[in-house]
Ligand binder design. Structure first.
Ligand code: TYD
Ligand code: MG
Length: 458
């Protein structure tokens, strides 16, 4: 039989070592190894067979057809939340929701629970962090105190499963948070990776057998990872992150992984005095309060999943007092900024070597699309030239290393959204207009970066 001595488990990624070492080889974290008792070994396959239990029944794929044409779901009725989950919580699925402390995870989930409970469904909210009185106080503040949500303050997974198994099957159970849970099946202190993984395993097993959808709340470390149980991310059906910065009222719910829906949708919420409210038209919110006459701001017509989203990109290009000029970027990929700057220098004739460059996506949004290249370039050129861009113009297009402006996906949706919000003109790749199609606003096609520079700086 294998030796069962103590093992050392990286508390950041879950890698297991036979002896202590200063750095985790798997994730590179320093001083993250902690001693934990080894997990109980699984019974040998032979023993199971000897006991006469037949395991591993085989099913025909086609025979399952009638069961699951569309995964059975229950929608929360909170549109922005349902958009991210792909239409609601799938029966028996497990969702992990991560986010900074205080971002509003507990608030959002209490609102979702109350919405389901008010429709007569059995819903449980298990808090391992707050007492029942505190949870109820929050519900009162949210105006949800009358919703028949079952509350419990409990951290032992066996007790939770026993409670949930009594009576009708709950449609939804929220576990807030997975880091506070512990299970008697593993010998490790609560909060360690082994405990978190063991607890998650038990809860996932309960979800699959009972059909209850479970939401696990996970804390996030400084660098945005769900703390400790990276392993849990692989075990659950969906991973959702709740983001936003403390300086802004709005919060973005983003699917990182989803076995039952899209991963590129976002849900936008605003934190108000009475909880989170949905923002059905986020473009208007992200463009609110922009300075129309300042040089260095360009409006980007972006897409988040199937939804067009207009945001303001701000650039500041200023002479440097340092030997090496500064490049700082918030909300966009620094590597793409370097690339756009290089193309502007090589093909646009701009001299940026003696300038600090700052780029910011207004409102705390994070953009991942290459289609933002053209808007970023326009903001940079505008700031360097000191010429404000027309406030009625939107931009989108990918910039190639040759300086050519490349077409991007979903141009018609972007143009439509811009027209809806009152924009009159779009600077975009010439191909954004389909032949024979009348765009909803004037289209200024730019084929090369030199055209953009000439149009702004001329
Ligand atoms: P919370 O849901 O407890 O965050 P998390 O569970 O992610 O740690 O939200 C806490 C913050 O939200 C807190 O700073 C206060 C704020 N808040 C409001 O602004 N309005 C409200 O109605 C509620 C309930 C909280
Ligand atoms: Mg909380």
């Amino acid at each position: 039989m294998a030796r069962r001595g103590p093992t050392f488990v990286c508390q950041s990624c879950g890698a297991v070592y036979g002896r202590w070492q200063g750095k985790c080889d798997a994730c590179g974290a320093w001083n993250s190894l902690a001693e934990e008792a080894a997990e109980a070994p699984l019974p040998a396959a032979g023993a199971v067979r000897a006991a006469g239990r037949v395991k591993g029944r085989i099913f025909a794929l086609e025979g399952l057809k009638g069961d699951s044409r569309e995964a059975p779901r229950v929608a929360s009725g909170i549109g922005e939340l349902d958009r991210v989950t792909g239409g609601g919580f799938v029966h028996g699925s497990v969702i992990l929701i991560g986010g900074d402390p205080g971002i509003g995870k507990s608030t959002l989930l209490m609102q979702a629970c109350a919405a389901l409970a008010r429709r007569g469904l059995r819903v449980a909210y298990i808090s391992g962090e707050e007492a029942v009185a505190q949870v109820r106080l929050r519900a009162e503040r949210l105006g949800l105190a009358d919703a028949p949500v079952e509350l419990a303050a409990e951290t032992n997974v066996e007790d939770i499963v026993a409670t949930l198994s009594q009576g009708a099957t709950p449609r939804l159970a929220v576990i807030d948070s997975i880091q506070t849970m512990w299970t008697g099946t593993v010998e490790a202190a609560p909060g360690t990776v082994t405990q978190v993984r063991g607890s998650a395993q038990s809860l996932i097993r309960f979800a699959k057998t009972s059909g209850t959808a479970i939401i696990l709340v996970g804390h996030v470390t400084k660098d945005g990872q769900i703390a400790g149980p990276r392993v849990v991310e692989h075990m659950v059906d969906a991973v959702v992150s709740f983001e936003g910065d403390s300086g802004h009222h709005f919060r973005i719910l983003r699917a990182v992984k989803n076995r039952f829906g899209p991963t590129d949708e976002i849900g936008v919420f605003e934190m108000t005095g009475r909880g989170l409210s949905e923002v059905p038209n986020p473009s208007a919110l992200f463009l609110a309060g922009r300075d129309l006459s300042a040089p260095g701001t360009a409006v980007f017509a972006g897409m988040e999943g199937t939804r067009p989203l207009l945001v303001e990109i701000q650039a500041l290009v200023a002479p440097t007092s340092l030997g090496t000029p500064r490049r700082a970027v918030v909300g966009w990929d620094p590597a793409r900024l370097s690339m756009v700057l290089a193309v502007l220098e090589a093909h646009g004739g701009l001299k940026l070597g003696m300038h600090d460059v700052y780029l910011n996506v207004a409102g705390g949004l994070r953009i991942a699309e290459p289609a933002a290249d053209l808007a970023a370039a326009a903001a940079l050129v505008s700031s360097l030239a000191g010429v404000p861009l027309s406030p009625e113009t939107v931009h989108f297009g990918e910039i190639g290393l040759s300086g050519a402006i490349r077409p991007v996906a979903q141009a018609p949706a972007r143009l439509k959204e811009a027209a809806k919000l009152g924009f009159a003109r779009a600077v975009a790749p010439p191909t954004a207009r389909e032949p024979g199609d009348a765009p909803p606003l004037a289209l200024a096609g730019v084929g090369h970066i030199t055209d953009l520079v000439a149009a702004i700086a001329a």
